[in-house]
Design a protein around this ligand. Structure first.
Ligand code: AMP
Length: 521
């Protein structure tokens, strides 16, 4: 089934239900579907055909969901781009994905004008700002079109969403998510993440729609539930709590950092959040201590998910029922886990030769299901490596206990997760090493009470050269997204190396993590 039909069907059966609310703007399912249809017709008129790609560069707004569904309906691949990326980074993604059209929110008008010459394959840029030349105005595109559209007849393995992840080599990779993958994710949400879900439910989108929150818009739209959208430029706990109360929100996706901001806010006791049935958290480790506090303050609504772009939102889960503080040591231990494989998902642990490991043995987590991506866009080598032997190799390390609970121990590849955002050290190292005063650099994650991890660069200087911490941080600002800049820089004589001359990051990290409790008890 074309995943766009989730909207088409909801609009037919529940036309008057609230589909989207944002600020003072509200759309029923009939209106929302009509607008997505107009845009799908508009894309066709701009010569965007089934199988073409369309990039969406927007802060959270109703038009972002409209654009995603217009693409699904038209059988196009949509590329929702993280709004925090540096222009160099989103330019790379737009070009690499071969997007023919880019749809932007007003904040990006200026940035896109600056890099327009670097986007030769893009035929049109549609802006919701109302501005024209060099843009097409979003509302004008819609108003010229019919609100009837026949959803494209797709094959289940056609690409619906190109989900760009940062690559360890520094170049982002586009995980090709098919209609089948997204339908699987949607069905699994109903099965595991929020059983008993229906048209009276209300999603709050307080996290970027280009990532987890956008994924979870699909199951909400599929059941004609309401989608309340916050701009998400920054996470304001009071605004989030207030919106939960006003709309009686029942489900929300949040990175662990956001949960921590919610429970640390005095506002948590001032607003009524009892309507929340599923506060789905994941994307990064949740410290047990934080989790226990969250359970006390937010009540029985927490569900943990473990997934990745390549298997969207869906590998394992720690269910509602496992979030209990009953003093049973086995149950308490489970709070440090990422739960059990999802109903329709297989998970196992393998060694470096892909041999399955036994209970309790640590190795790489691999998974197989209808959720696993088709491959990486235009990257057959990375696809073959990651999907070898029919299993998705997650790059995450962990073990499974005797009851089937997965304990994520470490992220291989030295990924840093700061505030739920993935940051690959190599990308930053490649920038810093360009500074003439720098001899060697290693970037690592160090503990941070708010962000989980913060980015630290450890640098050794070229002989007789000097540079300050601030100069290096500013240097990074010119090349990469602000959230990827190191928060701090330490200077050392020599970086620790092994016999092969490779920097041993484990050793480097140890001094900063000494005495800190990791996720595992
Ligand atoms: P992304 O592709 O941006 O969704 O990031 C996926 C990565 O985030 C995974 O490969 C894990 O390393 C990490 N991750 C996701 N969910 C969890 C979780 N529940 N606990 C710990 N790490 C997680």
């Amino acid at each position: 089934m074309n995943i766009g039909k989730l909207l088409t069907k909801s609009a037919r059966t529940f036309p008057e239900n609230l589909a989207v609310a944002s600020g003072s703007k509200e759309l029923t399912y009939a209106e929302f579907n009509a607008r997505a249809n107009c845009l799908a017709n508009g894309l066709n008129r701009l010569n965007v055909q089934q199988g073409d790609n369309v990039a969406v560069l927007m802060y959270n707004c109703p038009e972002m969901l409209e654009s995603m569904f217009a693409c699904f309906k038209a059988g196009c691949g949509v590329i929702p781009i993280n709004f925090r990326l540096h222009p160099k980074e989103f330019t790379f993604i737009i070009n690499h994905s071969e997007a023919k059209v880019v749809i932007i929110s007003p904040e990006f008008n200026e940035a896109i004008i600056k890099c327009r010459d670097d986007l030769p394959q893009v035929s049109y840029i549609i802006s919701v700002s109302g501005a024209r030349n060099p843009f097409l105005d979003y509302e004008t595109v819609l108003s010229a079109e019919s609100d009837q559209f026949e959803d494209a007849d797709i094959a289940p393995d056609d690409v619906a969403w190109l989900f760009y992840t940062s690559g360890t080599t520094g170049q982002p990779k586009g995980a090709m998510l098919t209609h089948r993958n997204l339908l699987g994710m949607t069905m699994n949400f109903y099965a595991d993440m929020c059983p008993g879900f229906g048209p009276n439910d209300v999603a709050l989108h307080a996290a970027p729609l280009s990532h987890g929150s956008g994924c979870y818009a699909l199951p909400n739209i599929g059941k004609a539930a309401a989608n309340v959208i916050l701009e998400a430029k920054s996470f304001d706990p009071e605004q989030v709590l207030k919106t939960i109360e006003v709309y009686r929100a029942t489900n929300m996706f949040a990175a662990p950092t956001m949960i921590k901001l919610l429970i640390d806010s005095p506002a948590v006791d001032r607003y009524d959040h009892s309507s929340l049935k599923a506060l789905n958290y994941g994307g990064a480790p949740m410290l047990v201590e934080d989790l226990m506090q969250a359970m006390e303050k937010l009540g029985p609504c927490l569900v943990q998910l473990y997934g990745q772009a390549e298997s969207p939102m869906t590998i394992t889960y720690l269910s509602h029922d496992d979030h209990v503080l009953n003093g049973d040591p086995n149950q308490m231990k489970r709070l440090a886990s990422a739960g059990i494989p999802r109903t329709d998902v297989e998970v196992k642990i393998v060694d470096s030769d892909d041999n399955e490991l036994s209970t309790g043995e640590m190795g790489e987590i691999v998974t197989r299901s209808d959720l696993v991506m088709k491959g990486y866009w235009r990257d057959p080598e990375a696809t073959a490596e990651t999907l070898r032997n029919g299993w998705l190799h997650t790059g995450d390390m962990g073990y499974i206990d005797e009851c089937g609970y997965l304990f994520l121990m470490d992220r291989s590849k030295d990924l840093i997760i700061s505030g739920g955002e993935n940051v690959y050290p190599r990308e930053i190292e490649e920038v810093i090493v360009q500074h003439s005063a720098v001899r060697e650099v290693a970037v690592i994650g160090v503990p941070d009470p708010v962000w989980g991890e913060s980015i630290k660069a450890v640098v050794s200087l070229a002989p007789e050269r000097e540079v300050t911490e601030q100069e290096l941080i500013d240097f990074c600002t010119d090349h990469i997204a602000r959230y990827k800049r190191p928060k701090s820089v330490d200077f050392v004589e020599e970086l620790p190396k092994n016999n092969y001359g490779k920097i041993v990051k484990r050793e480097l990290r140890a001094k900063y993590w000494e005495g800190k409790v990791s996720q595992v008890i």
